[in-house]
Ligand binder design. Structure first.
Ligand code: ATP
Ligand SMILES: Cc1cn([C@H]2C[C@H](O)[C@@H](COP(=O)(O)O)O2)c(=O)[nH]c1=O
Length: 202
């Protein structure tokens, strides 16, 4: 059986990543592949309950990091690992890079603690490809402003998102074979053309 791949979408809130998930899934399905599209935090019944808490309840930053990884553990066990074992492709709207970017970069939780959680929860699995949708903070903020009531993270100040974006870019530089940085300031059709090329090469 052909083996499936694991693709993650990342970026600061409002960068535009979710806009492109259905398009990438469609490209893969057109090749006859079975695609599971999912998200974090969430992706399971328990994970979606944790998501509600994580996005709306104030908590200690370590509690936040632990709950992100608790949601991820369940997601891996119930959704991601079984899908990959079947040979399906998995697209996740965020994964562990988001914990490094938000809890590590944004909230300043020690990266050693996040490394330890990653080693505990998924010591061997890494995404095959991470698409990092990158935009300056003002662009992301303007896109969010046009949207719904902001959640706990979306209410954070500019310096939080500057640190979050910087940590995403640092990780992209640390793992260049896995990351593709997408300039998400461009018009949607232009981004889709780039994504079409990236997906075709997988
Ligand atoms: N390239 C683009 N140009 C202009 N507007 C865009 C672009 N990409 C997305 N948008 C718009 O920006 C808003 C946020 O996009 P989207 O929901 O995809 O962002 P996101 O990165 O997934 O955010 P979040 O993580 O907060 O869910 C939406 O209204 C979307 O239509
Ligand atoms: C996985 C993960 C997510 N977050 C944050 C990032 C976003 O602000 C929200 C999720 O909202 P989205 O609209 O679905 O992108 O959660 C985080 O802080 N840490 C994580 O590990």
């Amino acid at each position: 059986m052909a083996s499936g791949k694991f693709i993650t979408f990342e970026g600061i809130d409002g960068a535009g990543k979710s806009t492109h998930i259905a398009f990438v899934a469609e490209q893969l399905r057109a090749r006859g592949l079975t695609v599971v599209a999912t998200r974090e935090p969430g992706g399971t019944e328990l994970g979606e309950k944790l998501r509600e808490l994580l996005l709306h309840q104030k908590m200690h930053l370590e509690t936040e990091a632990l709950l992100m990884f608790a949601s991820r553990r369940e997601h891996l066990a119930q959704v991601i690992e079984p899908a990959l074992a079947r040979g399906d492709w998995v697209i996740s709207d965020r994964f562990t890079d988001a914990s490094f970017a938000y809890q590590g970069g944004g909230r300043k939780l020690s990266l050693d603690k996040l490394d330890a959680l990653e080693q505990w929860v998924h010591p061997h699995l890494q995404p095959d490809l991470t698409l990092l949708f990158d935009v300056p903070l003002e662009v992301a903020r303007a896109r969010l402003d046009a949207e719904r009531t902001p959640d706990k993270f979306e209410q954070e100040k500019a310096n939080f998102f500057a640190a979050t974006r910087a940590e995403y870019l640092r990780r992209a530089a640390e793992f260049p074979a896995r990351f593709r940085i997408i300039d998400s300031t461009r018009p949607i059709p232009e981004i889709r053309e780039e994504l079409r090329g990236i997906v075709a090469a997988l």
